[in-house]
Design a protein. Structure first.
Length: 222
């Protein structure tokens, strides 16, 4: 079994607080149902990956979407950069190694996660510490991996989040801290109805895809 952990940053799927960019065409209740399905798909993949620890940093209260075997820690802080730093600190005390994802990529698989963990293995010739960053199509990132001994506040604090250049800024920060940065696979986040349709088509066996098929069919979203 590979050492390490997977950390999922998540919001409880409460109508009006999640996936609001899906509205319209979806209602707030339908958008929350999509969020619940995406979160359940994500946690399914984490549950069967090789990491011995599986952690959810949660904003809100746990619900029936939470499988057994997950540790739950509360999100702390204001901006996303601060919440990321605190979640990593609380999950690992900076010990790592670990990878972190969100709940916007329900197409993620256990093989994806195991590949990201494997990518953290450093190069014995250069002896440089290795991080991994998996870009999102919108210019952000959907997964990040850090080795043991990382300082989460140095990694995240002050990096602009939720912008078209977040991925590039995060990579610059990692390289400035002396990391060799491996690239993970590019994935599309589910933010808009068009994103939902595209991700559902790419991962047709997921809960998210089944729900999207019902919700979007009558709305002609493609």
């Amino acid at each position: 079994m590979r050492a390490g952990f997977v950390l999922v940053m998540a919001k409880a799927p409460v109508p009006g607080r999640v996936k609001t960019r899906l509205c319209p065409p979806l209602s707030l209740e339908e958008a929350a149902a999509v969020a619940a399905a995406a979160l359940a798909d994500t946690l399914d993949a984490v549950a069967v990956c090789s990491a011995p620890r599986r952690i959810v940093a949660l904003h809100g209260a746990p619900g029936p979407w939470l499988p057994a075997g997950f540790e739950v820690i509360p999100q702390r802080g204001g901006g996303l950069d601060e919440r990321l730093a605190n979640a990593w600190t609380d999950a690992s005390s900076g010990a790592g190694p670990g990878i972190q994802i969100g709940m916007d990529t329900p197409q993620v698989t256990a093989a994806d996660l195991d590949g990201l963990l494997a990518a953290l293995d450093g190069d014995p010739l250069t002896r440089r510490r290795r991080a991994v960053l998996a870009p999102a199509e919108d210019g952000g990132w959907w997964a990040i991996g850090l080795p043991g001994g990382a300082d989460p506040r140095a990694v995240f604090t002050g990096v602009p989040m939720s912008t078209p250049w977040t991925g590039a800024a995060q990579e610059r920060r990692l390289r400035r801290l002396g990391y060799e940065v491996g690239a993970g696979p590019v994935r599309r986040d589910v933010d808009t109805a068009a994103d939902l349709a595209a991700v559902a088509a790419a991962a047709p066996g997921t809960r998210t895809a089944h729900l999207a098929g019902r919700l979007l069919a009558a709305r002609s979203v493609a």
